[in-house]
Design a protein around this ligand. Sequence first.
Ligand SMILES: Nc1ncnc2c1ncn2[C@@H]1O[C@H](COP(=O)(O)OP(=O)(O)OP(=O)(O)O)[C@@H](O)[C@H]1O
Length: 606
Amino acid sequence: MPTWWGRKSCKNNNNNNNSRGISTDRDIKSCGVVVVVDPPLTPTRAATPRCSREFANGASSSSAFSGFDSDSTEKRGHPLPRPLLSPVSIHQDHVSGSTSGSTSVSSVSSSGSAEDQSQLVVSRGHCDVKLNERVSPKLVTARPTSPLHQRLAGVVSLESSSTGRNDDGRSSSSECHPLPRPPTSPTSPSAVHGSRIGGGYETPSPSGFSKWKKGKFLGSGTFGQVYQGFNSEKGKMCAIKEVKVISDDQTSKECLKQLNQEINLLSQLCHPNIVQYYGSELSEETLSVYLEYMSGGSIHKLLKEYGSFTEPVIQNYTRQILAGLAYLHGRNTVHRDIKGANILVDPNGEIKLADFGMAKHVTAFSTMLSFKGSPYWMAPEVVMSQNGYTHAVDVWSLGCTILEMATSKPPWSQFEGVAAIFKIGNSKDTPEIPEHLSNDAKNFIRLCLQRNPSVRPTASQLLDHPFLRVHTTRVANISMPKDAAPRSFDGSFSLPTRESYPGRLSHDNYQRQPLSRAIKSPRENVRAITSLPVSPCSSPLRQLGPAYKSCFLSPPHPSYAFPGLDSGYNLAEFASSPFRMKKDTMIEPSSFRGQTPNTPLRSRLV
Ligand SMILES: Nc1ncnc2c1ncn2[C@@H]1O[C@H](COP(=O)(O)OP(=O)(O)OP(=O)(O)O)[C@@H](O)[C@H]1O
């Protein structure tokens, strides 16, 4: 069994043995990066009764997105409507790699400074707080409007640097004044519960009673344990992600920071293909995050249990992953750790992106130089830490995840950690693509795995790819959520027309198809998608593809043909397309506009 399968065994495990074979700093430095091997976790103390408080999201701060990069958002303003406010903001580029999972790697930035700072900056609304002392519990209750849980702040013990400055150059302040509370969104789960949004901290029960009941253990991640959970007030299931709070343990601090980052980010997001955040609580010794429960577990787990997926399943999952990514990227956020283990599946085959501990907001002034994620899924530019990187890293990782779904293994899994990193970063090779996949699938994967990130298509563009465009709506009785359909820039649904892709109308593999009917409206497009027949082979685009030979052919559905649009993609044409992703456009303020889906917030209450 390849060593990469053994990754779980080294997470939060005292027998932390770095199963990926990433052995020494020296080895990795030789290929341009520094790998920090996990130290074993400090054994956790026995749990004490909960004295739970949900994080207040309510402290108002105009820099609600400051957790991504508060500096730039404050200076430039955020063109999107202000999202729900975040309790804790963390300058993530300075996340330590030192205690992350065995596959987490910290690189040397272009400036030559390793990003393994153990001292972190927490930004609290308007003021960045230098938190290097444990704050007394009395102080916590005296400042109920603060968005940051004071006790957590004390435990995480954060400070920016010895200079007292954040890495963005702004002074840290040890003062933080109470902020007015913002109006709450009626659609927000937290608002309804009155626990997190705008309500300040929930009054802790003297008995330590929590409405969230912890159930069976689901698994360990790099940053904590996950349990099944139950909301005793609402009677709904949830997943509980838990990290022990141990004030003097560096690993615990790192885990807390990652979890806070996840809270911060997830609380801003609402999309059918992104796991929903319900709330969080800090007990005496534990930070718990309550998330939408996905009973199917991860794609990684399904692959392990049932083997590789068939192409229609890959198609369906990929489409949903991309819908989530397009939404995320539309909010200028990069996931940075897309892989089977971080993509959850529900019993109906609905897919949700999870594990936002690595995610990062991209701003006009920052490109990312940190080296985070899982090596086998990492884009070359991440491995090489060259010139920063952008949303394209997720597209590369998606390509790797498709290969993972098709073969049960990530690309280059035959290589040990350092060799794999070298292969990704220093070779010209691209991962092997299985022969059994259709031409559409192969073409799609090749587009994702282009070494030059600037020619990789964006997630939104990939949603229009024939591999996904022609699809079944039901795979094993799976209904495709309408939000997983191609989403146009303004959040409405649309299918591509000749006008939208002027440069992509030919491909050797496909014949020009006759036009049948024009799609009249985005709504109609959605209906056209969701009412398609089940057979994946009915596509007119597949008539010359290998899938035809091995599948039962059903007649083409009229709505598969689009006016003036050929079926295929031409890699060269795509690369020269004006629609291809350019780094500059990723950070243009104008690109921020209109990408927030205009679907109403879903109320997912536990
Ligand atoms: N919302 C959820 N619903 C159901 N299971 C979940 C949920 N979130 C996580 N899990 C499961 O819990 C386990 C640990 O998840 P976690 O996200 O902590 O780590 P991971 O993604 O496996 O690894 P890493 O953190 O290193 O990326 C996984 O098996 C995952 O499938």
